[in-house]
Design a protein around this ligand. Structure first.
Ligand code: UTP
Length: 271
């Protein structure tokens, strides 16, 4: 069963400066709603019951956003505004599901996931990178269905421009299962354009086995001096773990870059 999701939110968000100099990028509005709420909605619709937020002290504003009861109660008492009541009820519902874990030094996504180790109950969990929005189709729900059938790790994938492979984790395929799914042979973080095994990129939705934690514990820094989750996934593959790549059917929005962030609001407003 996949009942828990991890969302790493402790990064610096430098590509969105100056917006992120005093504010958490995951709370930035995308068409009037904080980006992270799209991710929470995706989790809930996929049947997730508990979400573990990895934040840092510098990003305590995220915790505050979900724990601002005194403020809401005061305003609601004064204004009795139904829209505010509905928003507060939604936030209360989210708050009940969220557990906060700290990663005060942004050493990388792998290190962020490692911080959640003691809270993961089942053998498999979902992990979502909040910069990667997928609209029109619930990618997590589809991946959980694949997990139920194959009982193995699953990672979202998308073909990217061959000239941009050095920005992504890139898969090599073992074999196709069907039109949307394939067995992964290897994964490499940000390869050179000349020796990239393909242009099938890793997108931020993962169903991972708990065994990843033992790999993460010993994981050395990789590209850019960061501890990447993909480097530990590579080790799982070397140990013979079965991992399926899923070419998701929704539309991908990259909210981690300024151009992508601006475009994501426009795309969502057209839905
Ligand atoms: P990114 O590396 O894409 O984002 O991490 P970033 O580091 O926040 O932003 P840039 O590159 O400086 O612009 C993907 C996700 O993983 C989280 C980030 O918050 C983001 O949601 N993350 C990243 C962590 O939780 N911890 C880290 O050490 C690194």
């Amino acid at each position: 069963m996949i009942k828990q999701a991890i969302i790493p939110l402790a990064g610096l968000g430098t590509r969105l400066l100056p917006l992120t100099s005093v504010f958490a990028k995951e709370l930035l509005p995308i068409n009037g709603k904080p980006g992270v709420e799209y991710i929470i909605d995706e989790c809930i619709q996929a049947g997730i019951k508990e979400i573990i937020f990895v934040i840092s002290r510098k990003k305590n504003i995220i915790k505050k956003y979900f724990n601002n009861d005194v403020f809401y109660k005061k305003i609601i008492k004064k204004k009795k505004d139904q829209r505010i009541i509905n928003e507060y009820n939604k936030i209360k519902k989210f708050k009940k599901m969220i557990k906060f874990v700290y990663q005060n030094k942004p050493l990388g996504t792998g290190d962020a996931v490692l911080k959640t180790k003691k809270y993961i109950k089942n053998n498999f969990f979902l992990m979502l990178l909040p910069d990667d929005l997928i609209i029109k189709k619930n990618c997590s729900k589809d991946m959980i269905a694949i997990f139920k059938k194959h009982k193995c790790s699953v990672m979202a994938s998308m073909k990217v421009d061959k000239k941009s492979v050095n920005r992504w984790g890139i898969f090599s395929k073992k074999k196709n299962i069907n039109k949307f799914n394939f067995l992964i042979k290897d994964v490499v973080e940000k390869p050179n354009i000349n020796n990239a095994p393909s242009n099938n990129a890793v997108i931020g939705r993962y169903i991972l086995t708990k065994n990843i934690f033992s790999k993460l514990k010993n994981q050395k820094k990789g590209k850019g001096g960061e501890i990447h989750i993909t480097d530990s996934i590579k080790k799982l593959l070397q140990d013979g773990h079965k991992i399926i790549g899923h070419n998701f059917r929704g539309k991908y929005l990259d909210c981690g870059t300024m151009d992508g962030y601006i475009k994501s609001s426009l795309d969502i407003s057209k839905l």
